[in-house]
Structure formats: C-alpha cells, structure tokens
Design a protein around this ligand. Sequence first.
Ligand code: RP5
Length: 165
Amino acid sequence: MKKVGIIMGSDSDLPVIEKTTGVLDELGVPYEVHIYSAHRTPQEAHDFAVNARESGFGAIIAAAGMAAHLAGAIAANTTLPVIGIPCKGPVFDGMDALLSTVQMPTGIPVATVAVNGGANAALLAAQILAVEDAELAGKLDAKRAKDSAAVLEKDRTVESRLMRK
Ligand code: RP5
C-alpha cells in the first residue's frame, strides 16, 4: 500500500497530528511524519515534496498554523494529492491559517479540511488510497458503520436519560 506523508510546520502542531495518526493506525494505513516548515526549513519541505512520489507516498497531509504556507508549498512541488490542515494559532482562532491554506491560486490545489481537522485529513487520505485498494475501502465502510453505531448508542443514552413521557 502507498504511504501517507504527514508534514507539520512545528512540533506545536503535534496535538492535531496525533488525531491524524490515530485514524491512520485504526485503518492500518502506513505513514511517515516530519517537521518541515515552509518558512524555517524550506529546503527540507521542498525536497520531501519533490521526492514523495518516488518514495512511495500516495497522498500528503500538511498541517500548519498562522501564515500557513506549508500545504501550498508542498503542493507546488508534487502532483500527489495534498491535504491541508489549518492549525489554530494564538490569535485569530485559526482563521489566518484557514485562509492561507484554502485560498490557493488556480493550478495548485490543496484539499483543505477544517481548522484542527486532523481526523478528517486522515480519512480523506485513506479514501484517496482506497480508490485503488478494495481492502482499505472495506475498512473505511466498516469504520463508518462503527461510528454510526456509536452515535445511535449516544442517542439511546440521551433518550433514556432526558425524555419526559
Ligand atoms: C507554523 O507556525 C507552525 O505550523 C505552527 O502552527 C505555527 C507556530 O509555530 P511555533 O512558533 O509554535 O513553532 O509554522
């Protein structure tokens, strides 16, 4: 199976990335994690993106906060699908990173998930790999069914606790 490349701009983004790796672990999807910054270590970010396809990656997740250019900078150097996670920073509640990540000019797309949306980034990466992988598609179906069952269980709990007849 192809790997997912996970790049974050700083170790301060780790709590978001742990949501991503948790979902990929659950689905049995292989991944690599690196701290490469578009601003602080631009050469490493560039080299990773340029070599990613040859290195066996099928999708890349890039998480960054503030002036979040990481996903766009990665996408500029590969035609692998790039998923951007805008991370919430100390000011602006993540709106700065959201706009920096989502507002890519025509020609270089970044599939942007919600602010701090680490789990959805993992699911989207897995869905991309599952286009050519029936076993992974089956795991995604099973996870959807399990997650739905968990919500219905919460419905039963709240119903039994709070319903007045
Ligand atoms: C971005 O700047 C990182 O992705 C991080 O979200 C933000 C702040 O980085 P630190 O100052 O916490 O290292 O590049």
